[in-house]
Design a protein around this ligand. Structure first.
Ligand code: UDP
Ligand code: MG
Length: 311
């Protein structure tokens, strides 16, 4: 039996792109005629004609499937729903706006079936057409999150990728509510090949992102994959403790050389010391919160790629 590729396409108000996307994708499917395809459109609560268009496609084409949300739940939810319903041996993710060139699928498929990769993803090599300040923040964000978390997150990586069934199942085994796909892809591991290309503008319509949403997304991503921010209380406790000690020594020295410390100098070591104790208390609480957070995420303790125990 021929192998099957499922492609998950999250769509939110993409009436201007759906048909153009479908046509380009069908051309690629025709070129990859040895493989079966399944195109899963996930309508993320669109308010335009996206769902009608997708339904019309599903009616005339058996390869087209759809899921439609009751409201807009966000791209991450749409990706998860698509992955849950995908039945292919290989599963891909692609945006509906043709910023992810469908023809790259041919190379992606080769990367997995002939070169032994578990996943082939796409990275854009430039941030052309993006405000400079946004690019600056984006680069800083990638540096920061890679330092703070154990997920390997590639700068410029798009969500466009093709994965094996094993990797897809590993991603599905991470059933966390706050889904930060860029982190999840990196966290599950597996061997990934990166294809690079220059940024392409969307075929029609507008991006759903703005600076506020991106900032929220970036902070959320760090929170989902790192408990390092919870360490701030411990750092403050140590700093305040050192401050208390320094000020106390300064007071003693002043007494010894016969200079009476001001009222401020007399009470500040005490204030710092009390502050340090309070911070220490909340640092201990933070440590437990970090443990509860990790447990609540209920992530797999490990992910097996290969084993003689497997059927
Ligand atoms: N999208 C979605 N739900 C949302 C926002 C976006 O399903 O709440 C889809 C959108 O329809 C598109 C993809 O996610 O297919 C990427 O969105 P967009 O092009 O706005 O992001 P960008 O390419 O600018 O990062
Ligand atoms: Mg886009």
């Amino acid at each position: 039996m021929a192998q099957k590729i499922s492609i998950v396409v999250p769509c939110y108000n993409e009436e201007e792109c759906v048909n153009a996307y479908y046509e380009s994708m069908k051309a690629v499917i025709a070129r990859m005629n040895k493989v079966d395809f399944e195109l899963i459109f996930v309508d993320d609560g669109s308010r335009d004609k996206t769902l009608e268009l997708v339904k019309a496609l599903a009616e005339k084409d058996k390869q087209v499937k759809y899921i439609s949300f009751s409201r807009n739940f966000g791209k991450e939810a749409a990706i998860y729903a698509g992955l849950q319903n995908a039945t292919g041996d290989f599963v891909g993710l692609m945006d509906a706006d043709l910023q992810d060139p469908p023809e790259l699928l041919i190379e992606m498929y080769k990367g997995i079936t002939e070169e032994g990769f578990d996943c082939v993803g796409c990275r854009r090599t430039d941030r052309k057409g993006e405000p400079k300040i946004r690019s600056w923040f984006a680069r800083k964000f990638y540096k920061l999150i890679n330092k703070m978390s154990d997920a390997d997150i590639t700068d410029g990586a798009r969500d466009y990728r093709l994965m094996t069934r094993k990797m897809t199942n590993a991603i599905l085994s991470m059933a966390e509510v706050d889904r930060f796909s860029k982190g999840i892809f990196g966290w599950v591991g597996f061997k990934t090949k990166w294809l690079e290309y220059q940024n392409i503008d969307r075929v029609a319509g507008t991006t759903k992102w703005n600076f506020k949403k991106l900032t929220k997304y970036a902070i959320g991503g760090i929170e989902d994959f790192s408990t390092a921010p919870l360490k701030i209380n411990m750092i403050l406790s140590v700093l305040l403790g050192l401050g208390a000690f320094g000020l106390f020594v300064a007071d003693i020295v002043m007494w010894c050389i016969g200079v009476a410390p001001s009222i401020f100098m007399t009470i500040s070591p005490l204030v710092c010391f009390v502050g340090s104790l309070v911070m220490l208390g909340s640092a201990v609480t933070s440590d437990y919160i970090a443990k509860i957070f990790r447990q609540a995420k209920n992530r797999p303790i490990y992910i097996v790629k290969d084993s003689s125990f497997e059927k």
